[in-house]
Ligand binder design. Structure first.
Ligand code: NAP
Length: 314
């Protein structure tokens, strides 16, 4: 742990932030939020640099988790918001950190900056060429670059895959609801694997990096299982006692539906249930190599998706 200094956590009120704060309980924490409670919370909005003034005073290390929600229709206000929060907000935070003499910044990013991985897995992070495919991923990639090249605090990047917890959340809920209906066609089986990680293991990865601090670099954390999307669907159906449908939706039809959703989202400004990004999350490979974190920091994830589906009833 970066003791005895204080640790500033941005995004502390979020899904992962709450778990990280639990995991670091006992450390000297300061939490940043746009809607702070009392101590140890402080107010600050990354899109308003003036509101960050003084947030880094006396801080040794920053865990920078704050981010705009990843999902949304592409471009427009949504894209600008990612840029404002992830890129300009990170720059403003780095400036404050530089002024206050903060030594380290751990930036939590996403494997999505890499785009689709190449089966069977990808090269080690240092060798991989980022190819972000969304506003969210592009903004994260640019923020990573700024953190790693900062002439202020030493920057380290932790890229996470989709996180799951012990409660229903996000895409898994939608997929589970679909798998509960035996007449819903199965997805095309492309054999595509997806890395994932339990929330508690993600918080452990953050704590480990702070504790062992391997220096400037990019680290991936996954639970090491990377099931195929077909396996995930089968598991979700099985846990609900539902036999899987005997037919599959053709891949072309699914991709067409995604494009139709994009057009709908662009006209309405609201994200439809299906769009290209969601279709890609079902069809693309997203299998990432977490060896660096295991080798350099001794990261050992303890949970798998299969252990964490208690919320699904047969
Ligand atoms: N969840 C996942 O599956 C996943 C996967 C890969 C990577 N990640 C990364 O992990 C990090 C945490 O994700 P999460 O799911 O916990 O996010 P989340 O639940 O959506 O929380 C987002 C946090 O960001 C803060 N925030 C947003 N805009 C802000 C602004 N303008 N100024 C200050 N704070 C702002 C919010 O704080 P207030 O509302 O209190 O201000 C909130 O605590 C993110 O960087 C995300 O990209 C998450």
């Amino acid at each position: 742990m970066a003791e005895p200094g204080r640790i500033l956590i941005t995004g502390a009120s979020g899904f992962l932030g709450r778990e990280v704060c639990r995991r670091l309980a006992g450390a000297h924490l300061r939490m940043l939020s746009r809607r702070p409670g009392g101590e140890p919370w402080i107010g600050g909005d990354l899109t308003d640099p003036g509101s960050l003034r003084g947030c880094c005073e006396g801080v040794e290390a920053i865990v920078h988790l704050a981010s705009s929600p990843g999902d949304g229709p592409g471009g427009g206000e949504w894209g600008r918001s990612h840029h404002r929060v992830s890129v300009e907000g990170t720059e403003a935070l780095l400036e404050e950190a530089r002024r206050a003499g903060v030594r380290r910044v751990l930036f939590v990013s996403s494997v999505r900056v890499l785009g689709e991985s190449t089966p069977p897995g990808v090269a080690l992070p240092e060798e991989a060429e980022p190819a972000p495919v969304s506003d969210y991923a592009r903004a994260k990639a640019e923020a990573e670059r700024r953190v790693l090249t900062s002439d202020g605090p030493e920057g380290c990047v932790l890229r996470l895959p989709m996180l799951y917890g012990d409660a229903p959340r996000g895409h898994l809920v939608l997929l589970a609801a679909l798998m509960a209906r035996p007449w819903v066609p199965r997805l095309p089986d492309r054999g595509n694997r997806r890395s994932m990680l339990h929330l508690e293991d993600a918080a452990d990865a953050v704590a480990l990096l702070l504790e062992r601090w391997p220096g400037r670099g990019i680290y991936h954390a996954t639970d090491g299982v990377a099931p195929t999307v077909e396996e995930v669907c089968r598991l979700l159906a099985q846990r609900q006692g539902v036999p899987a449908a005997g037919w599959r939706v053709p891949e072309r039809l699914l991709r067409l539906a995604g494009r139709f959703g994009d057009a709908l989202g662009a006209t309405t400004g609201r994200r439809p249930p299906i769009d290209t990004a969601r279709v890609r999350s079902l069809l693309d490979w997203a299998w990432y190599d977490d060896r660096l974190l295991r080798e350099r920091c001794g990261f050992r994830p303890r949970r798998t998706l299969g252990d964490s589906l208690g919320w699904l009833r047969e």
